[in-house]
Each structure stands twice: as structure tokens, then as C-alpha cells.
Design a protein around this ligand. Structure first.
Ligand code: GLP
Length: 261
């Protein structure tokens, strides 16, 4: 895992956008794994800017979102379908037929989840997966004790997650208690992963995910086992990291084969 401590949210969003742009320039038909939440908004904003001002092309991109609330239809203003269209898809030239967001209104969730997994495989797997992190250390909606090999399925949200996400709903009681989510195992199959964390409310989760033991209690800790994961944290989110100096030292001295002078 590479840990990058950023000065602020803007720097973090720009660095992550540059990573996505670099992939799309090399592989225009890349498969992106996308996340919702307030954290990736800056990344989407920067990608929209790159599209509008620098011609970054999304026309051949396929995307898969991580999760969706059970019971919210795509028009609901708190559904992740709506979030993605409003904050990203409608501003770029992505082909909507190539966009996938889990259904929150499936008749048969078992069949739907199997289809979603199958569809990711048919499209060649995810090249780059964007992640945020919950204050309890979850990725997507893989709450504590989710199997680290889990696949797309329905999860019951933790009380903490409901509290955290209540700010987006008129009333706490309106927050759905179930979600369809890619599993930790599904996420771990992405060829590359970039996780974004900002703000002091994430400091404990970030420290546990990066420096704690790999544990199903903190599903983001599974990323320690991923061969190509970049973990961005702004100053506040990085506050609990004990090896922070070392991560900054590595950034200042990018690894290269040592030479004998
Ligand atoms: C939700 C999403 C996660 C996201 C998390 C953090 O629980 N399922 O994918 O990472 O919220 O959201 P925020 O970025 O708003 O803190």
C-alpha cells in the first residue's frame, strides 16, 4: 500500500483525478469502479473540468458503482443513482449504456447480485476502483465483520453508518437500513485501487485501516493485502498515523534501484 498524505482536499482530489486521467489516456475503454459520498465529489469535479477543458474522453469507459440503498428508486434524490448522474455522469460524455449502479429496487436481489458480479467479469474486470472510507472503517457498505472474501450482496447498515448518513436525509428514520454492495472480495479484484479520506472524523478509521491488523472489523484493512493500492489522506484524516514521517519520506524519495556511487 502506498500512503500519500496531502496538504488539503483539493490536492487529494487533483492527484486522484490525474491518476484516472492517466489511465484513460493509456486505455480509453477502461473499466472504472466508482464511489459515492462527499469525499469523491472533488475528484468528480476535477474530472469534469478535465473533460470540458482538456477533452478527457469518457465515451468508451464502462463504470460500476459500489453500492445502492435498498428501497430507493433511481429518481430518489438520495439514491446513489441520482447522486452519480447529478454529480458526474450528466457532465461528461460517458455512454449511459455502459454505466452500472446496483439496483435498489430489484425483484430478486440474489439474481441481481450474481448478474452484477458476472457483468463485471464480462467487461474484463475493474481497472481502477475509487473508494471512500466510512467512519467505522467500511469500504462501500461492507460493515464490520463482512467477510474479506465477500461478493456483491445485501448488507444491513451499522448504526454508526445510519447516523453518519442521516445528514443527507430529512429525518433519521428515512435512512434505509439495507444496501446492495459490492463485496470486499469483489473490490479486491480491481487491478488498481485508490482510496480517498479527508477530515478528522476519518482519522481513527484511517489509522486502523493502514496501520492496524487486517481484520473484518475494519474492512478497509483488507487493502493492505492489495498489490496496487494508493491511500490518500488529507492532513486531518492522517492525524492518527504513527508512521506518517516515513510515508512522507518515501514520497520525497520515490523508490528507485540503488546505485553505487
Ligand atoms: C457511504 C458509502 C461509502 C463511503 C462512505 C463515506 O457509507 N457507502 O462508499 O465511502 O459513505 O462517505 P463520505 O465520503 O460522505 O464520508
Amino acid at each position: 500500500m502506498e500512503v500519500v498524505v496531502c496538504r488539503d482536499y483539493q490536492e487529494m482530489s487533483k492527484s486522484a483525478a490525474a491518476m484516472v486521467a492517466q489511465l484513460l489516456r493509456r486505455k480509453p475503454h477502461a473499466v472504472l469502479g466508482l464511489a459515492t459520498g462527499s469525499t469523491p465529489l472533488g475528484l468528480y469535479k476535477e474530472l469534469i473540468r478535465l473533460h470540458k477543458q482538456e477533452g478527457l474522453d469518457f465515451s468508451q469507459v464502462t463504470s460500476f458503482n459500489l453500492d445502492e440503498y435498498v428501497g430507493l428508486d433511481p429518481q430518489h434524490d438520495q439514491s446513489y443513482h441520482y447522486f452519480m448522474h447529478e454529480n458526474f455522469f450528466r457532465h461528461i460524455n460517458i455512454n449511459l449504456r455502459q454505466v452500472h449502479v446496483p439496483s435498489g429496487t430489484a425483484k430478486d436481489y440474489g439474481a441481481f447480485c450474481q448478474w452484477y458480479e458476472q457483468r463485471i467479469k464480462e467487461c474484463g474486470g475493474i481497472d481502477l476502483q475509487v473508494l471512500g472510507i466510512g467512519s467505522n472503517g467500511h469500504i462501500a457498505f461492507n460493515e464490520p465483520l463482512s467477510s474479506l472474501q465477500s461478493r456483491t450482496r445485501i448488507k444491513t447498515l451499522a448504526r454508526q453508518t445510519i447516523e453518519d448518513n442521516a445528514r443527507f436525509f430529512a429525518r433519521r428514520e428515512d435512512v434505509p437500513i439495507f444496501a446492495v454492495t459490492m463485496g470486499v472480495g469483489t473490490i479486491m479484484e480491481a487491478r488498481r485501487i485508490v482510496l480517498l479520506a479527508n477530515g478528522g472524523a476519518k482519522a481513527k478509521a484511517v489509522a486502523a485501516a493502514v496501520e492496524g491488523p487486517v481484520s473484518a472489523m475494519i474492512t478497509a484493512s483488507a487493502l493492505q493485502m492489495h498489490p496496487d493500492c494508493t491511500f490518500y489522506a488529507d492532513d486531518d484524516a492522517a492525524a492518527g498515523l504513527t508512521m506518517r514521517d516515513y510515508y512522507q519520506w518515501i514520497q520525497a524519495h520515490p523508490p528507485a534501484a540503488p546505485t553505487i556511487q
